[in-house]
Design a binder for this molecule. Structure first.
Ligand code: 0A1
Ligand code: ZN
Length: 886
């Protein structure tokens, strides 16, 4: 490996040359593909005479012409990563480059590759350079045409971006298609698909009356499983018009399904590519979780058409400009189509379980990183999910209509451009005549801020004070931090459980009236942007219980002086449902941490009866949403608790969580049984909130009950498994049974495999379930599954299910004898030869090795050192491994 080069945001320079049009021609062959690229080049900077440096990887250069004349070999240089034209002509000129590539050998799944006989591309972030020599950077935007030639029988379907201009037959059993995309785009949005597909066709009439043809392409046998995806696409198109006034801009929108794909999906202009799991669904084979993921990701990719494609990123450091914003938009879309509180809870849980640990580890980076070695390593929960939280804060501050004004101004100013996060910030602030001091720190400072709050009530002056202080922890390369701008949504709850009307607040020496057009308000957003600040509420007739950070108004850790009884009060009464859930989670986290300490001191574990009572009241509620109840009775994950410990102790956390689960199950058995049996599906499967909520509650209760491992509940779970009419119920029952080692579990797992071995997506679930089993010695089982005939190391989805699932299970992965670490070390090296992007996602599981005890530290470190000293390591894995060891 050449010594990997780090790239810095501060070094950004505009491109020396612009590409105005790009005409591509692909001759698809069974062994090699010939790519001809004709580019109209113009100088980017007035009168530039610098060499034109093009990126390229794994390409065989066949010829290069400038203005129609073959370029002599002394006029250019080629190295493994570049083609440099030493003295390009002044002014506008035409460049023609012919390369040969080998898609069937491309297992990295970036650039052009073969998958089950078909051709597919993936160009984000820097895959286009594996197709042809190019200025592979997002601020080079051009209009493209794409002509594809190939065997008509092998590749009857030929697709690219934009509109189909021409197609026809050629000699030798070949045919061609010519596509033209009228919109300028960066090369990372280019796509080509060729192969044997059938399509489900639908249509959508836009708000201006244009009829758009919608096509979802899959192998013929999967067509029946595309109806939910088609529904999701139409809903997304309608939603973007209604909520943001954004209309689709072409007459055709294609989605292609592929089994082999590194990420979830890709927003190529008018030709989205999806991994199968995020399109294909039927009630029998997909769970409610799958249906929800499909809705969200179809929405996400479609929404990119405006946030990402029409307005794109100047450089890859700005990735959150399109991803944070588009995740925020897909979250809102799913909220509007389902239940807002439940969706918010799911999103916040994801942030806490995955992003908080990243922000506290060696890979911590701001939502806009300052540097990278491999951009692929920065498609992270920080850029995506924390980025979405940052966008959400604008909405919290400016309200829905202020946020919309900001979006409108953003598109008005930047349609057709490649821009920066500051451009988005300016559009938001300018549209609302606002200044948000320190807000931009969210883009440049890593680490999760901790906000401490203390409260005081003064009866004589009828004032209630909240004193805030904030601390942003040091992160790699950033030892000192500035205060952040933190919007804190607050309500005050009176002793009857009602929100108090808020009238005026004193802060910063200024008295502010709080009202909405003269109407009292019940939640106000405090703008906390200093190291310390006090806010005093006036006209507060009695000591309230403050409901802080309502709706989780900022991505921070909150440390308040609320007492246990305040938290139980909020759990029972808060009008902000998110904070009701949150109160329960705070109580559960405290309980789990104190029991972990007891466990470590070998004390007998006992469950606080108030906690049981609190959950019983929630479980018995007839007014709360059923999916909300399911969430509210679910304990924080093991990772979340480990993250809060000075030294993470997976065994103790696992033992405590299992103890609480069983104890709750036995103390709440009757209520759990009632909920599990009264919420069975009575009708045919439908993916609507009501039905999803019933299933969620039933299956959560079933998992609790089965954890007791008693014959009556095992029998119940078996009955649920056998009588299930949809995958949600069937898989939930199987997962419930799988908690307990023994014959029943082994039989059920085998039965499930035999039922579903013909369906690779269901088999992936089966792999994931076994990988995540928190049972001692599971390493050996997972190792065995690596050689299962259905497993394939070249398929990312299977790797994520089996290896990724395994790394997420604390007990087996962190086995004290190091067997889990050793297993992962071996797999990473094997994977790296096949697919560096996937290998580097897997090696990330080691990155927090310093969080564990000394024995585990030494074992994990040894694996990282073994990996980093391996020959021919990819830059992807090198970056994660070396930063983890630094
Ligand atoms: N932009 C896509 C996801 C994606 C990102 C990176 C990829 O390769 C490194 C591929 C796809 C999205 O946000 O959906
Ligand atoms: Zn995206």
């Amino acid at each position: 490996m050449d010594f990997p080069k780090e790239i810095f945001l501060k070094d950004y320079k505009k491109p020396d040359y612009l590409f105005d049009t790009v005409d591509l021609e692909f001759q698809l062959g069974s062994d090699e593909t010939i790519v001809t690229s004709k580019i109209a080049v113009s100088p980017g900077n007035e009168g530039t005479s610098s060499p034109l440096v093009l990126h390229g990887r794994d390409l065989k250069l066949l010829s290069i012409k400038v203005n129609g004349t073959e370029l002599k070999s002394d006029k250019y240089t080629v190295d493994p990563r570049h083609l440099t034209i030493l003295t390009p002509p002044a002014g506008v000129f035409n460049l023609e480059i012919v390369t040969e590539i080998y898609p069937q050998l491309n297992t990295s799944l970036e650039g052009l590759y073969r998958t089950t006989g078909n051709f597919c591309t993936q160009c984000e972030a820097e895959g286009f350079r594996k197709i042809t020599y190019f200025q592979d950077r997002p601020d080079v935007m051009a209009k493209y045409t794409c002509r594809i030639e190939g065997d008509k029988t092998l590749y009857p379907v030929l697709l690219s971006n934009g509109n189909l201009i021409k197609q026809g037959d050629l000699e030798g059993g070949k045919h061609y298609a010519l596509w033209e995309d009228p919109f300028k785009k960066p090369c990372y949005l280019f796509a080509l698909v060729a192969g044997q597909y059938e399509c489900r066709e639908g249509s959508f009439v836009t708000c201006s009356g244009r009829k758009v043809t919608l096509r979802i392409w899959t192998p013929a046998e999967d067509l029946p499983k595309t109806s939910h995806a088609m529904y999701s696409l139409k809903e997304a198109m309608k939603w973007d018009e209604e909520v943001f006034g954004l209309e689709y801009d072409l007459d055709l929108f294609n989605i292609v399904v592929t089994p082999d794909f590194n990420m979830g999906a890709m927003e190529n202009k008018s030709l989205n590519v999806f991994q199968s799991r995020l399109v294909l669904a039927s009630p029998e084979t997909a769970t409610d979780g799958d249906y929800a993921a499909i809705l969200g990701v179809i929405g996400h990719e479609y929404f990119h058409n405006w946030t990402g494609n029409r307005v794109t990123c100047r450089d890859w450091f700005q990735l959150t400009l399109k991803e944070g914003l588009t995740v925020f938009r897909d979250q809102e879309f799913s909220s509007d189509l389902g239940c807002r509180t439940v969706k918010r809870i799911a999103d916040v849980s994801k942030l806490r379980s995955y992003q908080f640990p990243q922000d506290a580890g060696p890979m911590a980076h701001p939502i806009r990183p300052h540097s990278y070695i491999k951009m692929d390593n920065f498609y992270t929960v920080t850029v995506y999910e924390k980025g979405a939280e940052v966008v959400r804060m604008y909405k919290t501050l400016f309200g829905a209509s202020g946020f919309r004004k900001g979006m409108d101004l953003y598109f008005q100013r930047h349609d057709g451009q490649a821009v920066t996060c500051e451009d988005f910030y300016s559009a938001m602030c300018d549209a609302n005549n606002a200044q948000l001091p320190n807000f931009l720190q969210w883009y440049s400072q890593a680490g999760t801020p901790t906000v401490k709050v203390t409260s005081a009530y003064d009866a004589s002056s009828q004032t209630f004070s909240l004193k805030f202080s904030q601390e942003v922890p040091p992160t790699p390369g950033q030892p000192m931090k500035e205060p952040m701008f933190i919007p804190v949504a607050v309500g005050l709850v009176d002793s009857t459980g009602k929100d108090m009307p808020l009238t005026s607040i004193y802060s910063d020496g200024i008295l502010r009236t709080v009202s909405n057009d003269g109407q009292p308000i019940f939640t106000t957003v405090l703008q906390f942007n200093k190291k310390e600040e006090e806010f005093i509420f006036n006209n507060v007739p009695e000591r309230p219980v403050p409901s802080l950070l309502r709706g989780y108004s900022a991505p921070i850790r909150l440390d308040s002086d609320l007492t246990e009884s305040d938290l139980y009060f909020l759990l029972a009464n808060d009008s902000d449902e998110f904070n009701r859930w949150e109160a329960g989670q705070v109580l559960a986290r405290k309980l789990m941490l104190s029991l972990v300490a007891d466990f470590q001191q070998q004390k007998t574990l006992a469950l606080n009866p108030k906690f049981v009572d609190g959950l019983r009241a929630i479980l018995r509620s007839t007014s709360l949403d059923k999916e909300f109840i399911a969430k509210a009775i679910t304990l924080p994950g093991q990772g979340e608790i480990m993250d809060m410990m000075a030294v993470a102790d997976p065994d103790a956390v696992h033992a405590v969580r299992t103890f609480i689960k069983k104890e709750l199950a036995s103390q709440l058995k009757d209520d759990l049984l009632a909920a599990a049996t009264s919420n069975r599906s009575s009708e045919a499967y439908a993916f609507n909130h009501d039905n999803v909520a019933r299933r969620a509650l039933k299956n959560t209760c079933l998992a609790y009950l089965t954890s007791m491992n008693e014959p009556d509940v095992t029998e119940l779970a078996l009955k649920e498994y056998n009588s299930a009419t949809n995958m949600t119920d069937q898989f939930a029952a199987l997962a419930a049974l799988s908690q307990n080692p023994g014959q029943v579990r082994d039989d059920a797992l085998l039965d499930f495999y035999n039922k579903w071995k013909h369906d690779y997506l269901v088999v992936s679930k089966w792999f994931a379930l076994q990988a995540t089993l928190d049972i001692p010695g599971n390493v050996a089982n997972v190792r065995k599954l690596l050689s299962h005939p259905a497993f394939d190391m070249r398929n990312p989805n299977k790797v994520y299910s089996l290896i990724g699932g395994f790394c997420g299970s604390p007990v087996s992965f962190h086995a004290k004898d190091g067997s889990g670490y050793k297993f992962l070390g071996e797999v990473v090296l094997q994977l790296d030869k096949i697919n560096p992007q996937v290998a580097s996602r897997m090696v990330s599981a080691f990155s927090r090795w310093r969080r564990y005890d000394e024995t585990r530290q030494a074992l994990a470190k040894a694996q990282l050192e073994m990996i980093i000293s391996a020959n021919g390591l990819s830059e992807n894995v090198y970056e994660i491994a070396s930063k983890s060891l630094a």
